[in-house]
Ligand binder design. Structure first.
Ligand SMILES: Nc1ncnc2c1ncn2[C@@H]1O[C@H](COP(=O)(O)OP(=O)(O)O)[C@@H](O)[C@H]1O
Ligand SMILES: O=C(O)C1=C[C@@H](OP(=O)(O)O)[C@@H](O)[C@H](O)C1
Length: 310
């Protein structure tokens, strides 16, 4: 009973720590999970390939919740390997949880897809489509595991849906409700400084102080003005969480949008093909002297998958 799956990392449009409303978008970086189930043992043991001492509670909880819900409470092993750096604001926890829940479904021999006629999912489902588990159900289970493992503040349903479904996802994290989902086609430049910032350690009270700015960002996102929304978000949450705003100021003349991603420390700049001023090569040259890593990628609108790549 072996199963495999992969889910996306993501960048932030609106950090949910101020108001519970959040938005994020899927990136072309993946976390892969391999699950081996053992019907004779209910214990789960996790391994993180890039970080042998990393906290495996989240992925172990994902397997346990998934086999409780859709199997017979089997235990086993789960191993992740990832292009998404841990605790860098690029939604490593959502990607790991989604990939693990889907890999467990794959190991149980279940079909995974989207509910027919659901306009907020990726639109891949035909009207007569029937699946054992929808990606939204799998996503909600991963969010529950993240809450139980203590790696999130609001549950991060915004990040989880972006990782699972791709595109920009605008959510109400208090109710785990997907308010809107839109495809986006951007080139992306990510700067990841060497330090790490665990979401569970974020100063939630300081984020609450910028809630009127978060409402403004949500209004822009409601109007589909995602790139401008993320720039406003980045300035507000960099100030609240004590991050330097210089990288954003350097990016503004050269990108369609730029933001601190999540609780940092990564900064994500995006270029819309229709924006004549956006030039991520020029921005990469300006950011090149900063410590850490620069990564070029793109948005993705297809999201996570169970089994072999589609
Ligand atoms: N590749 C992974 N495999 C297993 N668990 C992971 C992985 N990446 C992240 N996690 C879990 O998520 C936690 C980090 O969550 P968080 O601080 O929210 O980071 P991020 O902002 O990248 O989502 C880690 O301590 C670990 O428990
Ligand atoms: O834990 C949480 O509830 C959240 C963490 C943040 O993301 P990171 O995990 O990327 O820091 C934030 O952007 C998100 O809207 C909500």
């Amino acid at each position: 009973m072996e199963g495999r799956a992969a889910a996306l990392g993501a960048g932030t449009v609106l950090n949910a720590l101020a108001t519970g409303t959040g938005a994020a978008f899927g990136l072309d970086v993946e976390t892969r999970a391999t699950v081996e189930l053992d019907p004779d043992d209910d214990a789960v043991e996790g391994t993180i390939a890039e970080d042998p001492d990393g906290d495996t509670a989240l992925i172990e909880r994902c397997v346990a919740l998934a086999t409780d819900r859709w199997g017979d409470g089997e235990g086993g092993t789960v191993r992740t390997d990832s292009d998404v750096p841990l605790a860098a604001g690029l939604k490593s926890s959502s990607a790991a949880a989604n990939a693990t829940v889907l890999a467990t479904c794959d190991a149980l021999g279940l079909t995974v897809g989207d509910a027919a006629g659901d306009p907020t999912t990726a639109g891949s489902a035909s009207p007569e489509s029937t699946v054992d588990v929808t990606r939204l159900e799998a996503c909600r289970l991963g969010v529950r595991a993240a809450r139980e493992a203590g790696v999130t503040v609001t549950g991060a349903f915004d990040d989880a849906t972006a990782s699972m479904l791709g595109g920009v996802c605008l959510t109400d994290n208090g109710e785990d409700r997907l308010r809107a989902r839109d495809p986006v086609d951007w080139d992306v430049l990510v700067w990841t400084p060497p330090e790490r910032a665990y979401s569970a350690d974020a100063d939630v009270e300081r984020c609450g102080a910028v809630s009127s700015m978060a409402d403004l960002v949500a209004d822009l996102a409601d109007d589909g003005r995602y790139a401008e929304a993320m720039t406003v978000n980045g300035l507000a949450f960099s100030a609240a969480l004590g991050f330097d705003t210089d990288p954003a100021v350097e990016a503004m003349p050269r990108a369609s949008g730029v933001s601190l991603s999540g609780t940092g420390p990564s900064v994500v700049a995006v270029a819309d093909a229709a924006d004549p001023d956006a030039d991520l090569d020029a921005l990469a040259a300006v950011w090149a002297d900063r410590p850490g890593t620069l990564r070029r990628t793109t948005t993705r609108n297809d999201g996570a998958y169970a089994g072999d790549p589609p």
